[in-house]
Ligand binder design. Sequence first.
Ligand SMILES: [Fe+2]
Length: 186
Amino acid sequence: MTLLAPHTNELRKLSELPTELALRRSAAFLARLVKDADFVESQILSLLEEARDREDWYVARRHDAKDGSYSLKVFVWPPGTGTNIHDHSSWGAYYCAAGTVLEERYERLDDGSRPDHASLKKVWQLSWSSEDGASTVLPGDGGIHRVGNPGESTALSVHLYGPRMAEVDGRDYDPSRDRICDRRED
Ligand SMILES: [Fe+2]
């Protein structure tokens, strides 16, 4: 993770900003990173090679603040892979660095008053490539989504998450049963 470590100071400052500003700065940071020639050569190209043997999506690189104030991760998405519907306990921004990822975004229809229950409505879906800028999520209900790669070539995305606002990393949703539960650590 040595290549991401030099960004420590910038990321710490960014993580202290109010959410809206932090997300704008995160988008700009990620845009610079995924177009940085050193980053592309040392990380992206080798990960695309490595991913040939992988069947499921995974976090290939990560750089976490010691105090939990931010987390920078590189996700690899082999063809046909994707997450469950989930949310996060922090704000987040991601930028597609290779290939294309498909994101589906959801909203809750219920008021959250019933434990373990969540009723969802899909509100949009968008394909993101390196020309499309950053997608951003707010903590909790403000960023319920599913991310994956329905295409035929491997995709890579770089994600930056802000300070965690809860002990769990986020929650998983099962819309077939209108259920919600805390997510296990990856
Ligand atoms: Fe997510």
